[in-house]
Design a protein around this ligand. Structure first.
Ligand SMILES: CC(C)(COP(=O)(O)OP(=O)(O)OC[C@H]1O[C@@H](n2cnc3c(N)ncnc32)[C@H](O)[C@@H]1OP(=O)(O)O)[C@@H](O)C(=O)NCCC(=O)NCCS
Length: 162
């Protein structure tokens, strides 16, 4: 799906999952996963998703709607999952969901974030993204429509400086 004429890739093709076993160095003074460490992982996963989708260099322009919903603790598994929700001209939106996984395999959501990642040309400037995404499910369509609203809000924030 795209307003532009270009070949498409499925969202699944660039979906990326990262798994971490929480160690002492990941934990803050409150005995929980340190938020900054999680943001590092989120940014890494979004970058991998965007690079897999575009096949070119990318950089993160913004991280927003970053919601820490629940804590995670030492020795838990943390799963960071990213996938594309929208592709614009030179930028794309990547949603990253993070879960803590218990020993029986049950996952509880601990974070959700939306990142805007921009494709870069050899001159280090934004360049057109070569592929759109194929929307295959109702929830993918819903994400696309919501992304359009988030993009408008981001533009308004940039223009008005709030
Ligand atoms: C991201 C960057 C390349 C954008 O440069 P720019 O001159 O603002 O680019 P443009 O105005 O041409 O915008 C390019 C695209 O990015 C989007 N964009 C730019 N800044 C954005 C922001 N802050 N939030 C969301 N989207 C943004 C634009 O909407 C546009 O999207 P589109 O082509 O799909 O319509 C530039 O700001 C940059 O290099 N930032 C540093 C990035 C970085 O180093 N990240 C690593 C972490 S420090």
């Amino acid at each position: 799906m795209s307003d532009l004429k270009r070949p498409e890739k499925s969202i699944e093709e660039s979906r990326t999952e990262q798994v971490h076993l929480l160690r002492y160095e990941d934990i803050n003074g409150e005995s929980r996963l340190f938020g900054g460490k999680l943001v590092f992982w989120i940014d890494e996963v979004a970058g991998a998703v965007a690079r897999r989708h575009t096949g070119i260099r990318v950089t993160t322009a913004s991280i927003d709607n970053l919601q820490f919903k629940n804590p995670a603790f030492l020795d838990e598994l943390v799963i960071v999952v990213g996938y594309i929700t929208y592709v614009g001209n030179t930028s794309m939106e990547v949603r990253v969901d993070t879960y803590a996984e218990s020993t029986n395999g049950t996952r509880r959501p601990i974070n959700r974030a939306y990142l805007t990642v921009v494709a870069l040309g050899s001159d280090d400037r934004p360049c057109p993204i070569p592929y759109g995404i194929t929307i295959e499910t109702e929830s993918q369509k819903y994400e696309w429509d919501c992304a359009l609203k988030r993009i408008e809000l981001r533009k308004m924030r940039r223009q008005e400086g709030f």
